[in-house]
Design a protein around this ligand. Structure first.
Ligand code: XIL
Length: 391
């Protein structure tokens, strides 16, 4: 009799738990780190790695931020702390405090790491471009600094940082060809082959030398939406690969706007770049800085009310993007998707490019709660329930 009562009591206790597991979570509005919330990296484990840009000052163990990132991501990149301006602010000074913390954190949670970024026109120390004897640096001086920087930084993390954005944002926006940067102006067409890709060629060769096993990426924005820029980027990479320059993949930053570009246009860009496998069989595409702005780039409005209709459009666009990424991963064209930030509370798109404008471009809201878009990325069929849970 006593045993029967105990069994009955146990049944009554466990039955609701089992039922809940089958029905899904108790709510679709939950903290990102809640046990009932599926993990992004686990959901996509058969397709690609999922990552986020972080700042090491956000990594207090036990915080909402920390619990969220270790649950959802298996790739990390520093949003700012590994840019040359901070690592090599003046001649002879290398500062590795934040990068060392970043690498230690990544290793402690078994994640893959991206190094961002080596050669860029922004957030770069201006002394690199100045000559020892005043005036502008010579191409020899600049290349020597580039080599020293790449070998010092990549060498320090050899075998520990798996992927590097070796060159960032080299293609021009408005006019065709290369961005007019100090790199191009000073190094130019050193080998006289008719193009000024030389600074990139040197960067990739120095990078390969510094860590032969690292994956070397050329990264840029608007490739998914601007066909002229995509073509110029493609031509540059193709020309370099034909010369034997060691480039392992193309990074599409993907700072997109809600509904723009179309999924089809974005997908064609991935396919075009992935076709470079023809020249380097291990060539891959990565989505390196994904966020979905609620605004067109230059829209001057300051806020947008997150109505259920807008949440739905936002969720559907995110879901469609990830469905397409999955398709591309299955074709062997894509190995990584990284969002630029973790939650809306720390996105670079608050106040940029329009000052005072508040955005909400990520999968977790300002209080680390799951947005309907998060559920849409887990399974598009969950969007209606996730929208209903908001009301
Ligand atoms: C941005 C950071 O998010 C900002 O905090 C910083 O003020 C400027 O840089 N493309 C890139 C990233 O490659 O490094 C940029 O990051 C966003 C655009």
């Amino acid at each position: 009799m006593r045993i029967t009562v105990m069994l009955l009591a146990m049944l009554l206790f466990f039955l609701p738990l089992c039922a809940r597991a089958e029905e899904g979570p108790s709510s679709y509005h939950l903290p990102a780190y809640d046990d009932q919330v599926p993990s992004l990296r686990e959901a996509y484990a058969d397709f690609f790695k999922v990552g986020a840009a972080i700042n090491t000052f956000q990594l207090q163990e036990g915080s909402d931020f920390y619990k969220t990132v270790i649950k959802h991501y298996n790739v990390f990149v520093t949003e700012n702390e590994m840019k040359p301006q901070y690592i090599n602010p003046s001649k002879g000074t290398f500062s590795f405090d934040a990068p060392d913390r970043f690498v230690a954190f990544g290793e402690s949670v078994g994640a893959s790491l991206r190094g961002h970024t080596l050669v860029w026109h922004n957030q770069v120390p201006q002394w690199w471009f100045k000559g020892e004897n005043g005036g502008t640096a010579t191409s020899e001086e600049l290349l020597a600094r580039m080599e020293e920087y790449i070998s010092t930084v990549m060498g320090r993390y050899k075998g520990r940082i798996h992927t590097w954005d070796v060159v960032n944002e080299a293609i021009s926006d408005g006019s065709s060809g290369l961005r007019d940067s100090d790199w191009v102006r000073i190094i130019g067409d050193l080998d006289g082959d008719g193009n000024a890709y030389d600074f990139m060629e040197y960067a990739f060769r120095y990078a390969r030398e510094a860590d032969p096993d690292a994956q070397l990426i050329i990264n840029d924005y608007s490739l998914e939406s601007d066909s002229r820029k995509l073509n110029d980027f493609y031509t540059a990479v193709r020309t370099m690969l034909e010369k034997g320059v060691p480039i392992d993949g193309a990074g599409i930053q993907a700072h997109v706007s809600l509904g723009y570009p179309s999924i089809a246009t974005f997908e064609q860009a991935i396919e075009k770049l992935a076709s470079l496998k023809e020249l380097n069989p291990s060539f891959t595409v990565q989505i390196t800085e994904l966020d979905v702005s609620l605004f067109a780039w230059n829209d001057q409005s300051k806020t947008k009310e997150m109505t259920p209709e807008l949440q739905q459009k936002f969720a559907e666009y995110y879901a469609d993007l990830f469905t397409m990424f999955k398709r591309q991963a299955e074709k062997g064209n894509l190995d990584m998707v990284v969002t630029w930030g973790v939650f809306d509370g720390s996105s670079w798109l608050d106040g940029f490019p329009v000052s005072g404008r508040t955005n909400a471009p990520l999968l977790f809201d300002r209080s680390f709660m799951t947005k309907p878009a998060f559920w849409g990325v887990i399974d598009p069929a969950l969007i209606p329930e996730a929208i209903a849970a908001l009301e």
